[in-house]
Design a protein around this ligand. Structure first.
Ligand code: NAD
Length: 499
């Protein structure tokens, strides 16, 4: 049973549940059926300003709470998330649409990162290093930065808020979260659990509403010191420009156009398993989705026929039904965008092997379902091979050899995930070195990140930061170098060199 369906929800500011100052609201609806999930405050600048003010005030005390104690609160959250996993999973199948197994995985990712980052409370390592001068102590420590504005998308509605909030909090920052308007109930439930775990008032706040209003105000607010955004490349560019005036730190996790390379010596059945999971899991709505498959010619026909046969067996349906393989896409705009790329692919001369249409029969007509779509004989420069579609569409691109495969894989503006299927260790190592991406998988699809490794992309996928793993700590802390001179005399670095 969903825990919070069909209710009226509020913002959480300074430990209180409050309406938007304007009293305006918006609805969250299920992409599978159109049913209302809940009614949420449509907030504005005034609400953001209040949340930032309380977060700033709370920072003064939260940064002084010993990091292991901050970690203990987060351990409690991890246990609460475990207890609530089934309810959150069910709610996710309804509000976001992904199938049950994947929704459970999304919640599990939040549990994993919460345990991992809670443990940072007893690490948060800095460095000590010798001084060039006698009787002098040198060290560097991580310090929290202040109020963090977290802006999240709808496709990982619990996992992504957790990747941002948990490291921010263990490091001693306070947070204002603005979740996507397509999945507010899940973000709200996550914040409820944070409150239940004992986070002090004002340390975590949630303000619901649109990107252009709530998000933009957060980015421009002079008291927000870090913006962490996961979203599209276009939004990332806008946010970076808007943050320039206040020199706010900006951490961006943006789009992808990820490819799986399949060489002649690959195990074809295994590659097809990887393609199915990576191209059609979450209905292709993952930043790491495999929307390109680059196939060496010797195995191209065999792979095509195996793939199409498997794709045509996939069952579309609501995420909460046990035998559903593919859930809906998030909303009508997404459905229309995905279909427009089918038309673009056909116009460009790609061969449509299967899918390519809205699935509207029976109950599917109540939601936003799109048939899993495979194009063949795709030229690497076609728009369907260059632009992020963010739906269940993939493009097969034939190539002659490994060199061409790597060139084609790299021939896009994004650099998030990449993959190669081969039995040749030399080819695998070349791919590991030469694929321009933040992540490379060998003999697995483009999906499968684990929370203790850095996650993020090169080129237009981001701006050089990483989420998860130890790397996330660099987003949410600043280094302070500390020199302690216990010689009792003035010692001048670089000048008093006689020791
Ligand atoms: P989006 O860019 O439309 O929205 C993301 C968030 O930004 C939302 O909360 C939105 O309200 C907010 N926003 C929009 N305009 C804003 C503005 N001007 N100022 C401040 N905030 C603003 O993205 P989406 O459709 O929710 O998510 C899909 C995109 O996210 C895809 O491009 C996908 O690849 C990307 N994504 C990337 C990763 C990653 O880790 N690299 C993970 C998941 C999704």
């Amino acid at each position: 049973m969903a825990t919070t369906t069909n209710q009226t929800f509020k913002n959480f500011i300074g430990g209180e549940w409050v309406d938007a100052a304007s009293g305006d609201t918006f609805e969250s609806t299920s992409p599978a059926t159109g049913e209302t999930i809940g009614v949420f405050p449509r907030s504005g600048a005034e609400d953001v300003d209040r949340a930032v003010a309380v977060a700033k005030e709370a920072f003064a005390e939260w940064r002084l709470v010993p990091a292991p104690k901050r970690g203990e609160i987060l351990f409690r959250l991890a246990r609460l998330l475990e207890q609530e996993k089934a309810g959150l999973t069910d709610l996710m199948t309804r509000e976001m649409g992904k199938v049950k197994a994947e929704a459970g995985g999304d919640v599990q990712e939040a549990i994993d990162i919460t345990y991992y980052m809670a443990g940072e409370g007893r690490r948060l390592f800095g460095h000590t290093t010798p001084s060039e001068l006698r009787d002098k102590w040198n060290m560097s420590v991580r310090q929290p930065i202040g109020v963090v504005g977290a802006i999240t998308p709808w496709n990982f509605p619990v996992a992504i808020p957790s990747w941002k909030l948990i490291p921010a909090l263990v490091c001693g920052n306070t947070v204002v979260l603005k979740p996507a308007t397509d999945t507010p109930a899940l973000a709200e439930r996550f914040v409820e659990l944070l409150a239940e775990s004992g986070i002090p008032n004002g340390v975590v706040n949630i303000v619901h509403g649109g990107g252009g209003t709530v998000g933009d105000r957060m980015v421009r607010h002079p008291d927000v010191r870090v913006i962490t955004l996961t979203g599209s490349r276009e939004t990332g560019v806008e946010v970076l420009k808007a943050a320039a005036e206040t020199l706010t730190h900006v951490h961006l996790e943006l789009g992808g156009k990820n490819a799986i390379v399949v060489l002649d010596d690959a195990k074809v059945e295994l590659a097809v398993d990887g393609i199915l999971w990576s191209a059609f899991g979450t209905s292709g709505q993952r930043c790491t989705a495999a929307s390109r498959v680059i196939v060496q010619r010797g195995v191209y026909d065999e792979l095509q026929s195996q793939l199409v046969a498997r794709v045509e067996k996939l069952r579309l349906g609501p995420g909460w039904e046990d035998d559903t393989d593919i859930g809906p896409v998030i909303n009508r705009t997404a459905l229309e965008k995905i279909h427009s790329y089918t038309e673009i692919g056909k116009d460009e001369g790609a061969k449509l092997l299967t899918g390519g249409e809205v699935a509207g029969e029976g109950d599917l007509g109540k939601g936003f379902f799109y048939r899993p779509t495979v194009f063949a004989d795709v030229d690497p420069q076609m728009r369907i091979a260059q632009e992020e579609i963010f739906g269940p569409t993939t493009a097969l691109i034939p190539v002659a050899d490994l060199d061409e495969a790597i060139r084609v894989s790299n021939g896009i503006k994004y650099g998030l995930s990449s993959s190669i299927f081969t039995q040749d260790v030399n080819a695998a190592f070349r791919a590991m070195r030469d694929l321009e991406a933040g992540i490379t998988y060998v003999n697995a699809g483009t999906i499968g990140a684990e929370v203790h490794l850095p996650f993020g992309g090169t080129k237009d996928t981001g701006n050089g930061h990483r989420e998860a793993g130890q790397a996330a700590l660099d987003v949410f802390t600043e280094w302070k170098s500390i020199y302690v001179d216990y010689s009792g005399r003035l010692q001048r670095a670089q000048i008093d060199t006689e020791q």
